[in-house]
Design a protein around this ligand. Structure first.
Ligand code: F6R
Length: 596
């Protein structure tokens, strides 16, 4: 959940590393640091806080053509200057940045480093101290790094500098993302392509337990045993303008407003020249042949999975279970005889989901990943992949990837049952248009956020059936960026306990887009209103009432979540804005959760 970047070449490295770290800030932003080889000296600068603070502190006169940088999401040791990366070995010969968690750090300290004086509280320092110890024991640098890798239990992406060799960056990976970027007269290494895309679009995927030697002219990949790996780079299809904010005040606003475009992009990617749905026949066959579909995901992607279950059961007639990845791994349900596992993950790197993927692959089951990131770990390791085509999502709170997940799930379910009488593309086109109309109503959402949310301590979303799943996602969005304690409830459950929480002016936002539950949810609204709640209603036009604050044009009820979520995303956005929160980088969070 940290970000690392390294560069070796001919340009001044300072701006390249800082620029790369800014692109990686979504992965962690509680402290940051940089190391630059400068005339046989290792210049190190670290700061608590954001890259902007690091930028302020860095010595403007420092130059160099080899360097590494890190942006941190603390796991071991509080976020402060000392615990920030890079970390150095005791003689300061080796300097290292790390993303991941070393699980056996205590054993390694006892076994090898009893007499070593540590300066930080991090697990990372163990790695750099071990490398130095093995070198001092007589091993070559390469061997010492591979030896260290073989001792480490846990996850790591590493970039390492050796003060005595200013022509090489060493790197290594296990269970944490790492790419090498190939340039002309320079090479790079980083946690993702975005950190390097302003300089190159050619990347080498790195597998677990691989070790890299990177010079300005070469990228050499080796296994942990020292065997050379031959691999071709791939060209990343990312436009560097996709990762700029442009005139938008925040990435989240940009990404909310990109959703109509994403719907159209998905339709074009998943249609053939005649405009029919186009999904790999093998994937369709795997879904048809399984006796049960198990959807595994976390957070927002899990919420998309809950909606996917409705599609697979109602459109494709396929029994489906949706399970939170971190629960599945320690409490596996009784599985059907011939299951298919589907992983939904925007980043394709989420460690909890990956742990399940590794386990079910060992058990011999078929796997499919839905992800936004081509070449990501979950994509590479599953039997097949469906891409989301949402474009890079930078804001920590997921918006366009969520609706992309739902749209791709709908297309897959409809492709499995080609006899259904819903024209998914026609309905998705209507959704894209409705999303645009909803985006035009921003002033209304801002006014509602001012009235209902700005001064609230807590808030409830209520709804039934498809609307309930949106309540879960809407409440996650609101709580994660505005810090208002928000819960999503099945409206019928309120009277079984939760209604005790309703006080004068507690905001309760009801979602009503399903005709068969319209009257039931309206009764629940009356119940909370009678107990003092300040109620707001988001409803579909055909059964809206004059007093409903947000009305959505009629769309297919099964696909309505794609439209309903738009005002909820804006309400979260404006509530956070009004409360002065950091919208794109909420506290304590990181976008890519690569630790279990
Ligand atoms: C919330 C959010 C997270 C992610 C979750 C899984 O806005 O983005 O809840 O959905 O961390 O991440 P992915 O989808 O990358 O596996």
């Amino acid at each position: 959940m940290c970000g690392i970047v390294g560069y070796i070449g001919f340009e001044d490295v300072k701006e390249i590393i800082l620029g790369g770290l800014e692109k990686l800030e979504y992965r962690g932003y509680d402290s940051a640091g940089i190391a630059i080889e400068n005339n046989d000296n290792m210049y190190i600068c670290k700061e608590k806080g954001r890259i902007a603070q690091l930028r302020e502190s860095i010595d403007k006169n420092i130059t160099g053509t080899i360097g590494i940088g890190h942006t941190r999401w603390a796991t071991h040791g509080i976020p402060n200057k000392i615990n920030s990366h890079p970390h150095q070995s005791y003689t300061k010969r080796f300097t290292l940045v790390h993303n991941g968690i070393i699980e056996n750090e205590d054993e390694l300290r006892k076994k090898y480093l009893n007499n070593t004086k540590f300066t930080s509280d991090t697990d990372t320092e163990v790695i750099v101290q071990l490398i130095e110890k093995f070198v001092n024991d007589g091993e070559s640098v390469e061997l010492a790094i591979r030896h260290t890798m073989s001792e480490l239990e846990g996850s790591y992406a590493l970039a390492i500098l050796d003060k005595t060799d200013t022509d090489t960056i060493y790197a290594a990976k296990n269970k944490t993302p790492l790419l090498a970027g190939k340039g002309e007269g320079f090479n790079m290494v980083g946690s993702d392509a975005m950190a390097m895309i302003n300089h190159t679009n050619q990347f080498y995927e790195i597998e677990d337990r691989e070790f890299l030697k990177i010079t300005k002219d070469n990228i050499e990949i080796y296994t942990i045993y020292g065997n050379k790996v031959t691999r071709e780079p791939y060209i990343a299809d990312i436009d560097s303008s996709d990762i700029e904010k442009g005139t938008y005040p925040h990435y989240m606003m940009k990404e909310i407003e990109e959703q109509p475009f994403v719907m159209r992009k998905i339709m074009s990617e998943y249609s053939d020249e005649k405009g029919n749905m186009k999904i790999s026949p093998e994937i369709i066959q795997n879904v048809r042949e399984c006796d049960k579909l198990y959807i595994i995901a976390c957070g927002t992607s899990y919420h998309a999975g809950l909606i996917g279950k409705q599609f697979f059961e109602k459109i494709a007639g396929k029994p489906t279970e949706v399970i939170i990845a971190s629960e599945f791994i320690y409490n596996m349900p009784l599985l059907s005889e011939n299951p298919l596992f589907m992983f939904i993950s925007q980043s394709g790197e989420t460690a909890d989901s990956r742990a399940v993927l590794v386990k079910v692959k060992e058990m011999g089951y078929k796997t499919l990943t839905l992800t936004n990131v081509k070449g990501s770990t979950l994509s590479r390791e599953a039997d097949s992949t469906l891409l989301l085509y949402a474009g890079p999502e930078i804001a920590v709170a997921s918006t366009k990837a969520y609706t992309a997940q739902i749209a791709v799930l709908a297309i897959l379910a409809a492709s499995v049952n080609n006899k259904i009488n819903i024209d998914i593309f026609k309905e998705l086109s209507k959704i894209a248009y409705t999303m645009e109309t909803l985006c035009d109503d921003k002033d209304n959402y801002k006014a509602l956020a001012e009235k209902y949310l700005q001064n609230s301590r807590n808030c409830f979303y209520i709804g039934r059936s498809m609307d309930y799943f949106i309540c879960l996602e809407a409440s996650l969005k609101l709580k994660e960026i505005s810090y208002i304690q928000t819960e999503g409830f099945a409206a019928g459950e309120l009277k079984h306990g939760t209604i005790a929480l309703i006080e004068d002016n507690t905001p309760v936002i009801a979602i009503i887009t399903q005709e068969n539950i319209n009257l039931n949810t309206r009764s629940n609204i009356k119940e909370v209103k009678a107990r003092g709640a300040a109620t707001m209603v988001i409803s579909m036009r055909k059964f809206s009432q004059e007093t409903d604050q947000i009305v959505i044009d009629d769309v297919n009820e099964l696909l309505s979540p794609l439209a309903t979520i738009i005002p909820a995303q804006y309400l979260a956005y404006y509530a956070a804005l009004l409360k002065g929160c950091d919208i794109d980088k909420p506290r304590n969070l990181a976008k890519s959760v690569t630790v279990e």
